[in-house]
Design a protein around this ligand. Structure first.
Ligand SMILES: *Cc1c(COP(=O)(O)O)cnc(C)c1O
Length: 398
């Protein structure tokens, strides 16, 4: 019950144990095409360029940034948690002229503040995390595309932590690039990074194929700087997944099976239903923690559905509580990084673990461990409040 990775859905694990097939086997081509279509449903997009980058979520981030950013390009990164720092670092390594604005961990940006920075920096790319598990809050994105359009900037987001469990609308919100991973709300293992690119993003990438394979020779007129990575060259990866089917890497076949099954799980359930399930279970966990006298962390109006930040009470040893939950109940909850280190626990309700039994068992276990630590908790308060939250949600749905 941490902030990810979490237990994978057994259906995904079964899918991953299927036999391998050759890279140009018709069934492999069919799996790849089907997976592209499934992820269009998950990202809620019509983008033809919707595919998988092999590697963990960070591989998707790195592919998007290194492929969209030419050395010297200005990039704006609004930072509200750990992963914003990662986007800025990766953009810097790609040679970008990186500009950042920062807000307190636990808060998000008002769109006006991002707009003011866009006006000042005039970047070619706005790169912003959607839900940042390090702080448990999600940045609203729906007003930012208009600001990007006004300044001719592409708009990229990392939706690793939020996709499948929180509203996300690639096309309706006007995103040009989005990257994700499987180990959060998608219910899979880490190791595959679904990505989607708008036609404008693809055009920017195509314009960088100045010389075949990105090798520049003396005397060539340089139209654009070639993409500085082979493995993460989205131009080449698109040629591999697209009509041309040009060989690039060897697709990570078992991860493809896993990623395909993750998308099938979400779409079988229905995206709205899956998001709602995360909303209801996250709200029940938050209500249960609050009823045990624990203080919730962060701007609750922007809390992600799939992870609750809980302040560690004064006098309670946060690591000992985590240790006892794991030792006695086989339940893992998360610690935290940076400015929040030692200050909050992060309790996830995501993917296969966004379930009532998992939430109620975690609250019951936490109550026992807190009492053993000498922290006063009214018997049954957390589980009772969570059950009430489920009853309210069922009433509201009826
Ligand atoms: C969890 C998370 C990641 C994970 O990246 P990996 O490479 O899969 O470890 C990336 N971005 C965000 C916002 C996350 O919350």
């Amino acid at each position: 019950m941490g902030p990810g990775p979490v237990n994978a859905d057994p259906r995904v694990l079964r899918a991953m144990s299927a036999q391998l097939v050759g890279q140009y086997d018709p069934s492999m081509t069919a799996y790849m095409n089907e997976t592209m279509e499934l992820y269009r449903g998950v990202f809620r997009t019509r983008n033809a360029a919707t595919l998988l980058v092999d590697g963990t979520s960070r591989a998707g981030i790195e592919a998007a940034i290194v492929s969209l950013v030419e050395p010297g390009d200005r990039v704006l990164v609004p930072i509200f948690g750990r992963f914003g720092h990662l986007l800025a670092e990766i953009a810097g390594r790609a040679g970008a002229d990186v500009h950042t604005i920062e807000t307190e961990w636990g808060e998000v940006f008002a769109p006006e503040r991002i707009e003011a920075a866009m006006r000042e920096v005039r970047p070619k790319l706005l790169a912003v995390v959607h839900g940042d598990t390090s702080t448990t809050v999600a940045q609203p994105l729906d007003e930012l595309a208009a600001i990007c359009a006004e300044h001719g900037a592409l708009f990229y987001t990392d939706v690793t932590a939020s996709l499948g469990g929180n509203e996300f609308e690639m096309d309706a919100w006007g995103l040009d690039a989005a990257t994700a991973g499987l180990q959060k709300c998608l219910g899979g293992p880490s190791g595959s990074a679904p990505i989607s690119l708008s036609p404008a993003a693809v055009e920017r990438i195509e314009s960088r194929k100045s010389i075949e394979a990105g090798i520049r020779s003396a005397g060539d007129a340089v139209r654009a700087d070639p993409i500085r990575s082979n493995y993460f060259d989205l131009g080449m990866i698109l040629d591999y997944w697209g009509e041309k089917r040009l060989n690039h890497h060897t697709e990570a076949t078992s991860m493809l099976y896993g990623a395909r099954e993750c998308a099938r799980l979400l779409l079988d359930e229905g995206m709205d239903q899956a998001i709602d399930r995360h909303r209801v279970n996250g709200a029940a966990m938050a209500a249960g923690a609050a009823a045990m006298g624990l203080e919730l962390f962060g701007d609750q109006a922007h809390r992600m559905h799939n992870v609750v930040g809980v302040a560690i009470p004064d006098g309670v040893d946060g690591e000992r509580v985590r240790g006892a939950l794991l030792e006695d109940f086989a339940i893992e909850i998360g610690t935290s990084f940076g400015p929040l280190h030692g200050r909050i626990w992060r309790i996830g309700t995501m993917g296969f673990n966004a379930r009532r039994d998992a939430v109620l068992t975690t609250l019951a276990a936490l109550e026992q461990v807190l009492r053993a630590e000498g922290h006063p908790v009214t018997a049954g308060a957390g589980v009772g409040a969570a059950r009430d939250a489920y009853a309210d949600a069922a009433g509201a749905g009826a």
